[in-house]
Design a protein around this ligand. Structure first.
Ligand SMILES: [Zn+2]
Length: 596
């Protein structure tokens, strides 16, 4: 397929024609089929970021944009960036006492947030590792015991495992407990699962974390049998300690009288991947300064496997991603072609895009909005096309983000009139795909999808199940919307529709500062602020976009996890101090939290 294009390019050059890689400017089933056949073929092996096949997919799309006459506004029309695809334990992990040397993966395993360092120190058992005086709980595992420079050994989870409403839940995360231990001066943390929490006593898996941030101290998960070896001198056992803590709800802490030597080594495997970007300048002398972005993601899950996002992680097989999201890319390409063919009638400028690494957490679109090749203020609307190949008999299309502009819903209603399509609109701008990255930048978004299905994120998401008639109809509709957004007299008016971040991950106290955290890595030196919400505590207190938050109430913050942990312990109406670094200078702000 790529070969054909190259030959075609030469023919065009030979005839001196400027504007045509375009044979059939209409959105056609043959061409849609051609694109999906290539992208969802065996030879592209599931388009995993960082693989040669991922790159071939990107170049296929880039070649199309170029052939249609789109300009390059980045290096060769691509935007390269690193993503973390794997977190693995290094060669040098060790954990031992004078009498016993643990075996990696059998007796212990570091957590993904463990720092790469060594500690040799005594071990203090510290119950659940709590330090809580709130919501009617007082539980102090660190009371009357000095853990400074020592290992602390703590139980995972909390003492109310049967209670889904337990007040302990906000304090029960491993990572939050490490932060508490660090606050108390601990040099490292050894976690152990009680019998009630995990009868099988499986070691926690190394989870993938895109931020690659660590907690600043080594943190291991050890088995009960290893823990009991450390406890031997004290005459106690984890099983009994757990039972006592659950029954009596009374902290127990003591020095185990044993020295443990440990080294932790975590490696984040990075690969390079690339967004694909094409630019078409508008013809109106004024409006060409405004840009409409039309995009979708081209990456998928490769061969699947654990931690890949596959819903059948035990099945090793090509995850074709014909619907997710070869269908969306075929749409972007065909719409791009039709727009280019009508270039003379376009007033605003257009960016067509294929995002990389969406499946790893919207990384390509976030990278684009964090490192925009154009002034973000020029982008007046964004259309995201993700999974559009399975239009059902009901002809129902899901459109997200319809509330992110004053005019969105009405515009769609007008455009759909007389068509055989039904629109299921949802106003929220945040969602599980790339438009979310634009919505949080105050850009009106439209998210098109024909919805999830049983083959979603499995090897059964194949081209044979694509509804091409439906896809063509939908793409013509999206083209009409694009054309309207590009040519309408005044741009859409942005309005907030729903939260600007993922909510409901874990029950929290509900206290917020009202800002967008930056996902740019600060190298564990704080949490960046990407924008503040007018009228909310951060804004009222003087926090600004570009600040890096380093502490709350004098307690250090290295990354977003620390931030969430610190916030969960605050109360409504409280006045807090927030330390930030602004232009290299440390500043402290007094911030009044909202009342409930
Ligand atoms: Zn997906």
């Amino acid at each position: 397929m790529r070969k054909i294009l190259i030959v075609f390019g030469i023919v065009i050059l030979a005839f001196g024609c400027t504007q045509s890689g375009i044979d059939n400017p209409e959105i056609s089933i043959e061409e849609l089929n051609e694109h999906i056949s290539f992208l969802a073929s065996d030879s592209l092996k599931g388009r995993k970021p960082g693989t040669p096949e991922g790159r071939i997919a990107a170049e296929y799309i880039g070649d199309q944009f170029q052939a249609f006459g789109y300009e390059e506004i980045t290096e060769d029309g691509y935007q390269y960036f690193d993503v973390i695809t794997q977190v693995v334990a290094g060669e040098n992990n060790s954990l031992l006492t004078d009498e016993f040397s643990g075996t990696m993966d059998e007796d212990f395993r570091p957590f993904n947030f463990s720092s790469n360092s060594s500690v040799e120190a005594e071990v203090i058992f510290c119950g659940f590792g709590f330090d809580i005086n709130k919501n009617g709980i007082s539980w102090f595992d660190y009371k009357d015991i000095d853990v400074n420079g020592k290992w602390v050994m703590i139980l995972r989870a909390d003492p109310e495992l049967d209670n889904d409403e337990s007040k302990f839940i906000p304090y029960a995360k491993d990572r939050d407990k490490v932060l508490t231990a660090k606050d108390k001066g601990a040099a490292g943390v050894l976690f152990v699962s009680g019998v009630e929490y995990d009868k099988k006593d499986e070691l926690a898996k190394l989870e993938l974390d895109q931020l690659g941030t660590n907690s600043g101290v080594p943190a291991f998960h050890i088995t009960r049998s290893f823990a009991n070896k450390i406890l031997k001198k004290s005459g106690k056992k984890i099983e009994d300690l757990e039972a006592y803590l659950i029954k009596e709800k009374n902290p127990v802490s003591f020095n185990c009288g044993v020295t443990v030597k440990g080294t932790s080594e975590i490696e984040y495997k990075k690969v390079k991947t690339q967004n694909v970007i094409g630019f078409l300048e508008g013809g109106d002398p004024v409006l060409k300064d405004q840009i409409v972005v039309i995009g979708g993601h081209y990456d998928h899950l490769g061969f699947g496997g654990p931690n890949s996002g596959s819903r059948v992680p035990d099945e090793h097989g090509i995850h074709y991603g014909a619907d997710d999201n070869a269908s969306g890319i075929a749409s972007v390409v065909e719409i791009a072609e039709r727009l280019a063919a009508n270039k003379r009638s376009l007033k605003r400028s257009v960016i067509v895009m294929a995002f990389a690494a969406e499946e790893l957490g919207l990384l390509g679109s976030k990278y684009f909005t964090d490192n925009p090749p154009v002034d973000m203020k020029k982008i007046v609307a964004m259309i995201n096309i993700d999974m559009v190949g399975r239009l059902k008999d009901s002809n129902e299309i899901m459109v997200g983000g319809t509330g992110t502009s004053l005019q969105g819903e009405e515009l769609l209603n007008v455009l759909v009139e007389g068509k055989d399509l039904k629109l299921a609109m949802s106003p929220n701008g945040f969602g599980p795909s790339d438009h979310a990255s634009f919505y949080v930048e105050d850009i009106p978004v439209f998210f098109f999808s024909t919805g999830a299905h049983e083959d979603y994120h499995t090897p059964q998401d194949v081209i044979a199940k694509i509804n091409f008639e439906g896809l063509k109809e939908l793409d013509n509709f999206i083209y009409e919307l694009s054309y309207n957004l590009i040519n309408r007299d005044s741009a859409l008016t942005f309005q907030e529709a729903g939260p600007m971040q993922q909510t409901g991950v874990r029950r929290r106290s509900g206290v917020t500062l009202g800002f967008m955290p930056s996902f740019t890595n600060t190298g564990n030196k704080g949490l960046g602020v990407d924008g503040v919400t007018p009228g909310k505590p951060a804004c009222l207190g003087g926090i600004k976009k570009g600040d890096i938050i380093t502490a709350i109430e004098g307690k250090s913050i290295s990354n977003i996890y620390d931030y969430m942990a610190r916030m969960s312990k605050l109360d409504f109406g409280q006045t807090i101090t927030v330390d930030v670094i602004r232009e290299g200078e440390k500043q402290v702000f007094l911030i009044q939290l909202e009342d409930k």
